[in-house]
Design a protein around this ligand. Structure first.
Ligand code: SAH
Ligand code: TRP
Length: 325
C-alpha cells in the first residue's frame, strides 16, 4: 500500500547508536556453520516484507497477539499516565496503537512513546502513522540494538517496556538471559515489562507460519543476503539459495536457513580470498523459540521481576505477560 503522508521526522527526537555491522556479518560468514544475525533482516525492504508476513493467514502470531491486546488494553494501560512507553523492536507500531487507543486524550498528552528499533525506516514510517492517529503523543525514538544499548532509554520518567511479537524468542538463550538480567537491573520499582511470547504448539501450525504459500517469508529470508551485499560488498545471488524453515522439537524452536542450491563462490573486499559455499551448505538466519508456562516464571527470576498478570487467547497459542519490578 502506498501512503503519502509527509515525513515529519522533525517531530520526532532521535538517539542513534549504529556501527560495527560489517564486522558482525563477516564473523557470521566466517563461522562454521555459517550464520547471520536476524537483526539484519530489517532494512527498508525487509521491514516492509515483515509487515506483509504479519498479514498472512498462516502467520497467526501477529493476529493472535493483537486480539489479546485489544481484549485487555484498558486494564493493561491502567496507571500508564505520565509514563514513557518504550517499545523494543517496535516495527510498524501497530500493536502500540491498540494500547494507546485505550488512553483518553488528556492521558495521552502525558505519555511519551519511545520506539526502539534497528530499523530507522520502520520508525519513520510508523512515526508518521502514529502522528496521524494520535497527534498529541510525544515521540522520542532510539535507533540501536536493544541487546547492547538498552541504557539509551531515558531515566527521567516511569517506564512501561513493551517487547511484543515474541521477538525475545529470536535471541539465543545466552543473549536472552543477558538481556533479561540487564533489563531487570535497569528497571525501577513499579516499572513494567509487557512481554509477548509465542507458545509451543502443534508442529504443523508452527511450520506453516514460517512457510507461507505466497513465498513472502522466503523473500524475507533471502533479503538478508541483499543486506549482506550492501553492507560488506559480497555478490550473493538470492536465486542460488533456498528458504528452509522447520520446527526443531528438542530445542523448541523454528529454525530458518538459506541452503545453497549449487556450489557458489562469494567475493567481497572484506575477504582475504573468496568464500566457497557448497551445494547443500546452509546459512542459519534465524531462530524463533517457542515457550511454555515454565519459561514465564524462569524469565521472572532471571530479571528479578514478578508476574502481575498473564493474558492468553482461547487456544493458548500466545501469552502476553505483564511483569512488574
Ligand atoms: N514488534 C513488531 C515487530 C516485530 S519484528 C511486531 O510485533 O509486529 C522485530 C522488530 O525488531 C523489527 O522491527 C526489527 O527491526 C527489530 N529488531 C530486531 N532485532 C533487533 C535488535 N537487536 N535491536 C533493535 N531492534 C531489533
Ligand atoms: N518474532 C517473529 C517470530 O519469530 C519474527 C519472524 C516472523 C520472522 N516471521 C519470520 C523472522 C520469518 C524471520 C522469518 O515469529
Amino acid at each position: 500500500m502506498q501512503h503519502n503522508l509527509a515525513t515529519r521526522e522533525d517531530d520526532i527526537s532521535w538517539k542513534t547508536a549504529v556501527g560495527g555491522e560489517d564486522q558482525e556479518i563477516l564473523a557470521g560468514l566466517m563461522a562454521d556453520p555459517m550464520y547471520l544475525s536476524s537483526k539484519f533482516f530489517y532494512d527498508e525492504v525487509g521491514s516492509k516484507l515483515f509487515e506483509e508476513i504479519t498479514r498472512l493467514d498462516e502467520y497467526y502470531v501477529s493476529r493472535t497477539e493483537k486480539s489479546i491486546l485489544e481484549a485487555n488494553a484498558g486494564e493493561i494501560m491502567s496507571g500508564a499516565d505520565h509514563a514513557s512507553v518504550v517499545e523494543l523492536g517496535s516495527g510498524d507500531c501497530s500493536k502500540i496503537s491498540i494500547l494507546l487507543s485505550a488512553l483518553g486524550q488528556e492521558t495521552l498528552k502525558t505519555v511519551t512513546y519511545v520506539p526502539f528499533d534497528v530499523s530507522m525506516s520502520a520508525i519513520e514510517d510508523s512515526g508518521c502513522r502514529l502522528r496521524e492517529k494520535f497527534g498529541s503523543v510525544e515521540i522520542s525514538a532510539v535507533v540501536a540494538d536493544f541487546m547492547d544499548h538498552i541504557h539509551l532509554v531515558s531515566q527521567h520518567e516511569k517506564r512501561v517496556f513493551c517487547f511484543f511479537g515474541s521477538t525475545i524468542g529470536n535471541q539465543d538463550r545466552g543473549h536472552a538471559v543477558r538481556f533479561l538480567e540487564n533489563l531487570g537491573k535497569l528497571m525501577r520499582s513499579g516499572e513494567r515489562l509487557l512481554l509477548g511470547l509465542d507458545m509451543v504448539k502443534d508442529r504443523n501450525i508452527l511450520e506453516k507460519a514460517y512457510n507461507d504459500t505466497e513465498g513472502i517469508t522466503a523473500r524475507f529470508n533471502k533479503n538478508i543476503l541483499e543486506v549482506t551485499n550492501h553492507t560488506i560488498g559480497t555478490d550473493f545471488d538470492t536465486e542460488e539459495f533456498e528458504h528452509r524453515a522447520f520446527f526443531h522439537e528438542e530445542k523448541q524452536r523454528i529454525e530458518m536457513h538459506l541452503v545453497a542450491r549449487k556450489d557458489v563462490t562469494i567475493t567481497s573486499p572484506f575477504f582475504d580470498g573468496t568464500l566457497g559455499i557448497q551445494k547443500g551448505d546452509s546459512i542459519h538466519t534465524e531462530n524463533s523459540h517457542k515457550f511454555t508456562t515454565d519459561h514465564i516464571d524462569e524469565m521472572a527470576s532471571l530479571s528479578g521481576l514478578s508476574v502481575r498478570n498473564a493474558y492468553a487467547d482461547n487456544n493458548d497459542w500466545f501469552t502476553l505477560v505483564d511483569y512488574v519490578k
